[in-house]
Structure formats: structure tokens, C-alpha cells
Ligand binder design. Structure first.
Ligand code: 6U4
Ligand code: NA
Ligand code: NA
Length: 166
């Protein structure tokens, strides 16, 4: 049996909009996604999710809504399964600094920034520039559903998936 590794993923929702981040480096580079990352040792999954949200877009979550777990297996690259705990947040403190607001000075040091946040209307979500699984699960997050999902990837293609709604 493959080992799984714990990650978090948060979708910030506000009215008819979701906040996504363009990944500037590391895993999933050049893709839009929610905010999240690895859970550190000694940290709860919720605390890890809250920490990553603050690190990556500056928002402080007041409360998290847990949708479920996304499981990702990749036939190509690894013997590890990603166990991604998926949350949404609509109660938070702070303002996300969007890419258009970033001034020239910030652009000069942009390489240190992991993700660039941007609000998208739910009708304009950039699915073609996201992980291919997102078109299956992100609409369920927007609808407030609870579910678990499994996606089998080869390279960056979804070969197979199952979604169980509760
Ligand atoms: P470090 O090492 O600190 O830079 P860290 O921020 O801890 O990394 P990162 O950014 O590699 O972790 O986390 C990966 C993020 O991508 C997590 O939020 C989970 C998410 N993720 C991984 N595979 C995914 C997939 N196939 N589809 C998807 N999100 C995925 O939508
Ligand atoms: Na991250
Ligand atoms: Na991290």
C-alpha cells in the first residue's frame, strides 16, 4: 500500500467570487489553485490550513468549513498518495492583495512570493489553467457540498476519478 502525505487546500469565498492563487514556484507552478500546503509535524490539519492561507495570501480565517478529502494518485511520478483536506472560508480578517495592486517595487521581489491571489467570479473560473481535477470538485465547493474524491493522474491527465457526496 502506498504511503499518503497530508496537505491542506482552502477556497476563499465571498458572494459570487472565489479567491485563487497563481502558483509562482514549486509544485503546481503556473496553475491557479486554492491556498494550502503540507501539514507540519505537531500541527493540526486545521491549524496547517489556517497557517498556509495566511502565508500565501495574508488572510486570517475566523472559521473553516470542511468539505472533505481529495485523494490524488499519480502513476508517473511518485509512490506517494496526496491526502488533501479541503476547506472553504467565507469568514476571515484582512484583504487579499491582488496582482494588479502590486507595485513596481513588489514586482522586483516577486520571486520570493509563492502565490499571487486574484478574485474570480464563479462564472469565470480559469479551469484551463488549473489542475485538471479542479473542474470536477471546485463546483461542489462553491455549492457548499460535503464529499470525498479520488483522482488517478498520469502526468497531468486525469485517467479516472470517483466522487462520493454526502
Ligand atoms: P513548501 O515546500 O513549503 O514550498 P507547501 O506550501 O507546504 O510547500 P505545496 O505548495 O507543495 O506545499 O502544496 C501543494 C498544494 O497543492 C496543496 O495545497 C495541495 C495541492 N495539490 C496537490 N496536488 C493537487 C492536485 N492534483 N490538484 C489540486 N491541488 C493539488 O487541485
Ligand atoms: Na503552499
Ligand atoms: Na509549507
Amino acid at each position: 500500500r502506498k504511503k499518503s502525505k497530508l496537505f491542506t487546500l482552502i477556497i476563499v469565498k465571498k458572494n459570487e467570487n472565489v479567491l485563487l492563487g497563481l502558483k509562482k514556484r514549486g509544485f503546481g507552478v503556473h496553475k491557479w489553485n486554492g491556498f494550502g500546503g503540507k501539514v507540519e509535524s505537531g500541527e493540526s490539519i486545521q491549524d496547517g490550513a489556517i497557517r498556509e492561507l495566511q502565508e500565501e495570501c495574508g488572510l486570517i480565517a475566523n472559521s473553516l468549513y470542511k468539505h472533505g478529502i481529495l485523494w490524488f494518485e499519480n502513476l508517473e511520478t511518485t509512490d506517494m498518495i496526496f491526502e488533501v483536506h479541503l476547506f472553504s472560508v467565507s469568514d476571515y480578517k484582512g484583504e487579499a492583495t491582488e496582482s494588479e495592486e502590486i507595485n513596481d517595487l513588489l514586482k522586483m521581489i516577486i520571486f520570493v512570493i509563492e502565490m499571487i491571489p486574484k478574485w474570480f467570479n464563479i462564472k469565470d473560473i480559469p479551469f484551463q489553467n488549473m489542475w485538471p481535477s479542479n473542474k470536477y470538485w471546485l463546483p461542489l465547493v462553491i455549492e457548499g457540498k460535503k464529499f470525498d474524491a479520488f483522482f488517478l493522474y498520469k502526468n497531468e491527465h486525469v485517467l479516472d476519478f470517483t466522487i462520493n457526496e454526502y
